[in-house]
Design a protein around this ligand. Structure first.
Ligand SMILES: [Zn+2]
Length: 244
């Protein structure tokens, strides 16, 4: 694997397998010229600011499978790489009553700047990476979810999200269950509700198989846990025939 290429919007990991892993919520970084307060920072560190553990899992899986990856280098609170630009949640002003200082009065010019500086280059990078892999590529978007959301515990370990490719989704789900993980389809969010923007956009755009993975964050709490999940996921991808 060569050295990762990094720019302001994305980090690229080069690999040799047919799989491209994407990580839209890899980072809680708020790039300059934006600034943030100490209160903002507390929010940025939580699941609101990024998908805790997702980037580490992507790096570990890419290392085990010699796969490529594109990881976003900006917080979803700067603008959400996994949402349509016209989605009202693309830039969130408020998190649980806290008003983010860098999202107060976001002007049309500032929205355009974030689009051009982060959203567009991130997705262009995914496009280029998929073009290089060709029609046999498998695209996997990796996300993580918080164990409790609005007071409700989520017991499942891993979700496989799909809107197309139900057979591939079931094969991966069964293989992950075979690794001892409580794995369900289209939970805690459903791909059928349009909640896997990036995977759907690029999978359909390139005519390649695509799925999204959601992993519970407490299963990625330290390096050992990340290594275990990465090896379980690698086994499952190989057994389900998705990794060539
Ligand atoms: Zn996410």
């Amino acid at each position: 694997m060569t050295q990762p290429f990094i720019d302001d919007a994305a980090e690229i990991i080069d690999g040799t397998s047919s799989m491209l892993v994407t990580c839209e919520h890899a980072s809680h970084r708020v790039p300059e010229p934006l600034t943030f307060s100490a209160d903002d920072e507390a929010i940025l560190q939580t699941h609101w600011g990024w998908d805790i553990g997702a980037a580490e899992l992507v790096r570990a899986v890419c290392s085990l499978t010699s796969s490529s990856a594109v990881l976003a280098r900006f917080s979803r609170l700067v603008c959400d790489a996994n949402r349509e630009v016209d989605d009202p949640t693309w830039i969130l002003g408020d998190i649980e009553g806290h008003r983010l200082s860098f999202n107060r009065r976001v002007s049309p010019d500032e929205r355009a700047r974030r689009l051009a500086s982060y959203h567009v280059p991130y997705h262009s990078t995914v496009d280029v990476a998929l073009s290089l892999l060709g029609p046999d590529a498998f695209l996997l978007a990796v996300h993580t979810f918080t164990p409790t959301y609005r007071g409700e515990a989520r017991d499942m370990d891993v979700g496989v999200l799909f809107d197309s490719y139900p057979e591939e989704a079931e094969r991966l789900r069964a293989a992950l269950a075979g690794e001892g993980l409580a794995c369900v389809l289209n939970q805690p969010y459903s791909g059928l509700d349009g909640l896997m923007y990036s995977a759907t956009r690029h999978g359909r755009g390139h005519g390649v198989r695509y799925l999204e993975l959601e992993v519970r964050q407490d299963l990625l709490a330290d390096t050992g846990a990340v290594s275990l999940m990465a090896s379980q996921l690698t086994q499952a991808l190989e057994r389900s025939g998705l990794l060539l």
